[in-house]
Ligand binder design. Structure first.
Ligand code: ADP
Ligand code: MG
Length: 315
């Protein structure tokens, strides 16, 4: 199998009919018809072996995660994910590997109705780059910039489980092991919150590097500060069970959770809570945006203290 038959066999088959897709895989570029009154949002995320996943992972999970982290970026922007391209660098050609990889890719894309419309296939150290494209009504995309003093800071779920999965070097109950591995390998982008974000959020981000680092991005972009309340930060129950004394650190500094962190005007908070209830989701208000720059933590034992910004950085 050469590069072109590989593309045809494993990837062209994933492209589906789509009323906005004029043409996709097979030309030098894909062509899309963007619906009227919408903006196109574009984002890229790369997963590198040894950094974002381990080479011994099932290729299914590598592809699955690569799709999910990209969809999460669309969720964070209040955009509906629609199309993706895949740039895949492979150290060798292996049919079982590609079967597993393309199955993970297909199932992940199908779950969120994202269409694969192009890509690039090259030989080299294993790396997976997906570019995702999505749509939002004009003016409705939510940015990191926009948080205002007085806004409530909300996170969409419990934090720290993916970081626990990475650091746990002690025995876990079998069921817990599975839950944690799934947290790490199969994150669930919070696309069900898109309508809420569009309606209420003044700023938003997905938590990929760690809550404190990602909230800091909102603060820097919005030229504000933030104060979090220690006992309101939702620490995942498995983190409590296995590493209770590090729970807060994992929740604040652990990456890979892909929950959303967003800000909401205080007078809209009751409606936000109500809308979360309507879709059977729990919403966690964890603090407040302030005009004083920097991050602070209101602790039970020591009162207010500066919050150290911790989270993953590549360089
Ligand atoms: P070019 O020579 O212009 O780079 P390629 O030979 O790389 O074109 O790709 C041929 C077609 O296959 C293009 O339409 C491209 O978008 C698509 N393609 C290549 N690799 C992939 C992939 N991994 N997944 C999906 N589509 C791909
Ligand atoms: Mg190419």
């Amino acid at each position: 199998m050469n590069e072109f038959s590989l593309i045809d066999y494993y990837f062209k088959s994933l492209e589906t009919a789509d009323s906005n897709l004029i043409f996709g895989i097979g030309d030098d570029a894909a062509c899309l018809q963007i619906p009227p009154n919408t903006h196109l949002l574009v984002s890229t995320d790369t997963l590198v072996a040894g950094v974002h996943f381990l080479p011994e992972w099932e290729p299914y999970n590598m592809a699955y995660k690569a799709v999910m982290v990209n969809i999460s970026d669309m969720a964070a922007m209040g955009a509906d994910p629609r199309w993706a391209t895949l740039a895949l660098t492979l150290p060798n050609f292996s049919q079982p590997w590609l079967n597993s990889f393309s199955r993970g890719l297909k199932e992940a894309l199908q779950q969120y109705q994202v269409n694969l419309i192009g890509g690039d296939t090259t030989h080299g150290p294993l790396a997976i780059t997906i570019t995702i494209m999505g749509l939002a009504p004009i003016g409705k995309a939510v940015r990191r910039k926009g948080a205002r003093p007085g806004d409530i800071i909300v996170v969409s779920g419990e934090l720290g489980a993916a970081a626990l999965a990475l650091t746990a070097n002690f025995p876990l109950a079998d069921d817990d092991q599975i839950v944690l591995q799934n947290k790490l390998m199969q994150p669930k982008p919070r696309t069900e919150l898109t309508a809420i974000l569009r309606q209420y959020a003044t700023a938003a981000i997905d938590i990929s590097d760690g809550l404190s680092a990602d909230l800091n991005h909102i603060c820097v972009a919005s030229q504000v500060g933030a104060c979090l309340v220690e006992d309101q930060i939702p620490v995942h129950p498995l983190v409590h069970r296995y590493l209770a004394d590090k729970g807060l650190d994992l929740a604040l500094g652990g990456g890979d959770d892909y929950e959303l962190c967003f800000t909401v005007p205080a007078d809209k908070m009751a409606q936000v809570m109500h809308d979360f209830e309507k879709i059977n989701q729990q919403c966690y208000p964890i603090g407040c945006i302030e005009s004083e720059l920097g991050l602070r933590l209101k602790t039970i034992k020591e009162g207010y203290k500066p919050l150290k910004i911790q989270g993953y950085t590549h360089f």
